[in-house]
Design a protein around this ligand. Structure first.
Ligand SMILES: NC(=O)c1ccc[n+]([C@@H]2O[C@H](COP(=O)([O-])OP(=O)(O)OC[C@H]3O[C@@H](n4cnc5c(N)ncnc54)[C@H](OP(=O)(O)O)[C@@H]3O)[C@@H](O)[C@H]2O)c1
Length: 286
């Protein structure tokens, strides 16, 4: 495997097995430089979102890299202020404009149940998502998104969406690392041919200090982040590591010359609940 190896989504679109994360990479020089370094290091899959506020810098780095559009995979996400048909349509156009792209490879509904909707009426999220999804389906059909999916959806959100969807989500991007396995959701995704993307593969940095991971890292002569990224790949997930340091960006992609033993995977699995868990999407305050 390498950075240009791919998984195949349910619609046949290919997605590179590691994506480069950009949450909290500040718009301007920081995000621009991070994405530039990532592309130089060989990453071909970039993960951003409208709410990250850095789509313009990400787009500039992509353009300046000179890499052919066909060789890149770019994901962005619809924020919580745009959960209806018209707003979702406009939000994608705004993202494309900022990114300087004609299409994204993957467009995701970022969260299933925006806090603002909860004040309107009970289960307002259900019809809001159905309406929003119509806009994503239209974007898929008119080519502005080569694939469409969701993020932070739990099983009940996916099942509600399934009642009205014409096109099933191709991806569910969720918080996933040795501290939170979300086993039932992962199994549900798999059974429905939805690729599971693992966000915060390093627990937003919190997993880097755990000593059991350090012991394993020493054994393989690898760094802790490399072990955590490998855990994701060995589980069949698509990890999205983020960094703004060139050295880390390069190192985080050097994970293709080893695989973890079953015992070491079990040791990592035993870290569940030790370094954070996913937010409850129905209670998050945004
Ligand atoms: N869909 C969603 O709701 C959602 C939510 C969260 C994240 N995500 C996606 O997933 C991506 C990754 O998740 P994340 O941003 O939470 O964090 P992460 O990738 O789990 O961890 C990033 C942190 O680890 C540090 N780090 C990275 N590589 C390192 C290395 N080799 N050595 C030491 N430290 C290292 C980074 O530092 P520096 O940056 O200082 O180098 C940063 O503080 C995001 O950027 C985003 O694209 C999506």
């Amino acid at each position: 495997m390498s950075l240009t190896d791919t998984y195949t989504l349910s619609n046949g679109h290919k997605i590179p097995v590691i994506g480069f994360g950009t949450w909290q990479s500040a718009d301007g020089d920081v995000a621009y430089q991070a994405v530039k370094w990532a592309l130089e290091a060989g990453y071909r899959h970039i993960d951003t979102a409208a709410i990250y506020g850095n789509e313009s810098s990400v787009g500039r780095a992509i353009k300046d890299s000179g890499i052919s559009r066909d060789d890149l995979f770019v994901t962005t996400k619809l924020w919580n202020d745009a959960h209806n048909y018209d707003k979702a349509k406009a939000a994608l156009d705004t993202s494309l404009d900022k990114l300087g792209l004609d299409y994204v490879d993957l467009y995701l509904i970022h969260w299933p149940n925006p806090a603002a909707l909860r004040n309107e009426q009970e289960n307002a999220w259900e019809s809001a998502n159905a309406d929003t999804w119509l806009a994503l389906e239209a974007a898929y059909e008119n080519g502005k998104a080569k694939a469409i999916g969701v993020s932070n959806f739990q099983i009940h959100h996916l099942e509600a969406l399934a009642k009205t969807q014409k096109i099933a989500p191709m991806v569910n991007q969720i918080f996933l690392n040795p501290s939170d396995h979300q086993n039932e959701l992962v199994a549900y995704n798999k059974a429905h041919n939805i690729l599971t993307e693992a966000y915060s593969p390093l627990g937003t940095g919190k997993l880097i200090d755990l000593s059991p991971v350090n012991d394993i890292a020493k054994k393989y002569n690898k760094s802790i982040p490399q072990i955590l990224i490998r855990w994701s790949l060995d589980k069949g997930f698509l990890p999205l590591p983020k960094s703004t340091h060139q050295e880390y960006i390069q190192a985080n992609s050097d994970v293709f010359d080893f695989a973890l033993s079953i015992e070491d995977i079990q040791t990592l699995d035993a870290l569940e609940h030790t370094a954070g868990e996913h937010l409850d999407a129905d209670k998050a305050d945004f």
